[in-house]
Design a protein around this ligand. Structure first.
Ligand SMILES: [Zn+2]
Ligand SMILES: [Zn+2]
Ligand SMILES: [Zn+2]
Ligand SMILES: [Zn+2]
Length: 451
């Protein structure tokens, strides 16, 4: 009778996909249940919506363990393990007793009397069923962390692919911008311009090749991670007797594979000098004094928004990192017409933003960062990486960060604004003429000091 019952359960607790016991069973919206890993693996190359392998109904990818099913599987597997061990051939030869104890040191099953013997003094012994269950949980934990890495790798691969397009677009934009800048200089530096462009193209090509290599490595990694996941899956389906024989080797391999993930590239172009660039603005230089203005503090979410955009576009972390001192300042004067140039030293700032804004932007508390009223160059830093972004529209720049002073050139006449890396005499970005025609500009400056 007991045997029949176990067999009946066994049938009901079998996964339709792998035809083994349901491992970490999940029940999807139609009511059908499968191993979590079986569904995970069935998603390869399938874009949502995903369909139930049994009835074809669509389901969402958020899976939750069916705890009751999981317990039932565990009970049945434990029962079949104990049934095996209670057979005559597995009984302790010396004491003729059923083995119920597991010795972790020697990885053997023992009867109670053997377990108490001198030979096993100081060993870690425990009930076989409980130890088997623990081993199973260890595998599931390992599979969870491996699956997360598989997802991460997939996201990195997509990011690297997107980066190739962004990079090419950036090179095109930059080339156009640099050529325009050279045209404005007197005397014209044709030879330098060609060298500048050529050097930039070479650097750009080199980065593209590296991005391609990185993507290929991630593809290979994806294959390896999946194979490892399948291996763990196969291991989890083995009878408990096998699980108890040890998982150290498979865990060691799985863990080392997770440690050697391939990170996405954060390519940056060198800031190449344009002879006479800074000097061409010097005669328009005006002194700007900044007062720390408390009313601007609510604009500090600027850094948070830019950081999410630059470093965590997929996982929107809500824990804002606001350590350090913030300063938000408005310049002592506003500009209506004419051409002005000023420099700001940013050497000690962790995050910073410089630029001009409309009066209304300063007054409005709820204005989104993407609003049309503030033209800023923003730099946000996260660990060893930084990101340079301009607003209106939000655009990321893949260029070396200025160390020290940033020059800002405002041309109210043609409605353009330039940001200059002063030390390198290099152009960071220039908003094209006609970008704005506001009645009034306030110069603004935000920064967050090093911790
Ligand atoms: Zn399955
Ligand atoms: Zn179904
Ligand atoms: Zn014994
Ligand atoms: Zn022992």
């Amino acid at each position: 009778m007991e045997l029949d019952l176990t067999q009946a359960f066994q049938k009901e607790l079998t996964c339709f996909i792998c035809l083994s016991y349901l491992i970490d069973p999940v029940t999807i919206s139609c009511g059908h249940s499968f191993c979590r890993a079986c569904l995970h693996l069935s998603w390869e190359d399938i874009q949502p919506p995903v369909q139930c392998p049994m009835c074809g109904e669509q389901y969402r990818k958020e899976l939750r363990t069916n705890i009751v099913l999981k317990k039932l599987v565990s009970i049945v597997r434990q029962a079949s393990l104990m049934k095996d061990l209670s057979s005559e051939e597995h009984k302790c030869v010396t004491h003729r007793e059923t083995k119920r104890i597991f010795c972790a040191e020697n990885r053997i099953f023992l009867c109670q009397l053997c377990s108490n013997s001198l030979e096993h003094r100081g060993h870690r012994h425990g009930p076989i069923e409980a130890t088997a269950k623990d081993q199973m949980e260890r595998i599931l934990k390992q599979m969870t962390s491996l699956w997360e890495k598989i997802q991460e790798n997939q996201e990195n691969m997509e990011a690297e692919n997107r980066m190739k397009t962004l990079w090419m677009d950036y090179l095109t934009l930059r080339e156009e911008m640099i050529r325009t800048e050279y045209r404005k200089l007197q005397p014209l530096l044709c030879e330098e311009e060609e060298k500048h462009i050529e050097s930039m193209r070479n650097e750009g090509q080199c980065v593209l090749e590296k991005l391609g290599t990185s993507e290929a490595m991630m593809m290979q990694k994806s294959k390896e991670l999946r194979e490892m996941y399948q291996e763990l899956m196969a291991m989890s389906q083995e009878p408990y007797v096998v699980l108890l024989q040890g998982l150290d080797d498979i865990f060691r391999r799985s863990e080392s594979m997770q440690l050697s993930m391939i990170h996405t590239m954060k390519p940056k172009l060198q800031a190449l000098p344009i002879t006479g660039l800074t000097e061409s603005y010097k005669h328009l230089q005006v002194p700007i004094f900044f007062d720390n203005v408390t009313m601007l503090h609510y604009k500090m979410n600027l850094f948070y928004a830019m950081r999410i955009l630059s470093f965590r576009p997929r996982h929107k972390d809500t824990s804002a990192d606001y350590a350090g001192f913030h300063f938000a300042s408005r310049g002592s004067q506003s500009f209506i017409s004419g051409k002005y140039y000023w420099e700001i030293d940013l050497q000690d700032s962790w995050d910073w933003a410089v630029g001009v804004c409309k009066d209304s932007w300063l007054r409005n508390r709820n204005q989104p960062i993407e609003s049309e009223d503030a033209f800023l160059l923003v730099c946000v830093k996260e660990s060893n990486h930084y990101s340079l972004i301009t607003t209106c529209p939000v655009f990321q720049h893949y260029i070396e960060k200025p160390l020290g002073r940033v020059g800002v050139f405002l041309d109210c006449e043609d409605g353009s604004l330039s940001f200059v890396n002063v030390a390198k005499s290099s152009l960071i970005y220039r908003y094209p003429p006609g970008t704005f025609n506001f009645p009034l500009f306030w110069v603004i400056f935000f920064h967050r000091n090093m911790k």
